[in-house]
Ligand binder design. Structure first.
Ligand SMILES: [Zn+2]
Length: 245
């Protein structure tokens, strides 16, 4: 009995404790059609997510994982999980009118059965109605690129990554984002790499490396941690590109 329990602990720590992220079910009411459905919420995760492969696209869990984009199986209202419950009331009529134009498939009983790409494409239109800033869209298109890639849709993956690249470039000349050049150069490098422009990727990794991330709203220790993380990631990326050559 004791041995069994010990083995259970070992297995548990190997599967859950070390590198696994977990989700748990929870009911949410759709802000548009008011139907209640089951969704998944984040249970556990750890700093290891920042070392997973998707870091080379500057996309991180939970956005790499299907449960993170909610979609009401009744009306198809879609949004990131953290926005689902906080849609401004004055936008609901516009959103409802848009959703009425979408073709729905009766066969989907839970949101996880609805393809991630379908959810993201609807969410893209929803966020256009809600209004979001350049940084949001730069990330949104990286996330779309990631999932189009998973879906083997190379053309759309390329298109959305080029969107993200151009938005990162736009942020460089926007004073709202001054101090974030290190991150934006890195994003550009990543998007260059994932659209087959390795030479430019290398140039922009160099530009990113030469900068220090600054943000007045952040504590010194967090700034240091983030700069150290990006520095490490840049050097890993350079190694990776050199190896591929
Ligand atoms: Zn709904």
């Amino acid at each position: 009995m004791k041995r069994k329990f010990f083995m259970f602990c070992v297995l548990f720590s190997l599967t859950v404790g070390l590198k696994a992220t977990t989700w748990f079910p929870s009911k949410h009411t759709c802000p548009i059609c008011k139907h209640e459905n089951e969704y998944q919420e984040i249970g556990s995760y750890g700093g290891y997510i920042y070392q997973w492969e998707s870091k080379y696209q500057y996309v991180y869990w939970p956005l790499t994982d299907s449960p993170s984009v909610y979609c009401c199986p009744d009306c198809y209202f879609s949004a990131y999980m953290w926005d689902f419950d906080s849609i401004p009331v004055n936008k609901t009529d516009t959103i409802r009118a848009y959703l009425a134009t979408i073709k729905r498939d009766e066969k989907y009983k839970t949101y996880l059965e609805i393809p991630m790409i379908t959810r993201l494409e609807i969410a893209e239109n929803i966020y256009k109605m809600l209004g979001r800033d350049t940084e949001f869209w730069c990330k949104f298109y990286r996330v779309m690129g990631y999932h189009y890639d998973e879906d083997k849709n190379a053309a759309r993956a390329r298109e959305t990554r080029l969107n993200s690249l151009s938005l990162a470039r736009q942020m460089l000349s926007d004073t709202l984002y001054s101090g974030q050049e290190k991150e934006n150069f890195f994003i550009m490098a990543a998007m260059y790499n994932f659209t087959g422009q390795k030479d430019s990727a290398m140039v922009y990794l160099g530009k990113a490396d030469a900068k220090e991330y600054r943000n007045k709203a952040w504590k010194e220790e967090n700034l240091k941690g983030f700069n150290d993380y990006l520095k490490g990631l840049i050097s890993q990326y350079k190694e990776l590109l050199k190896k591929e050559d």
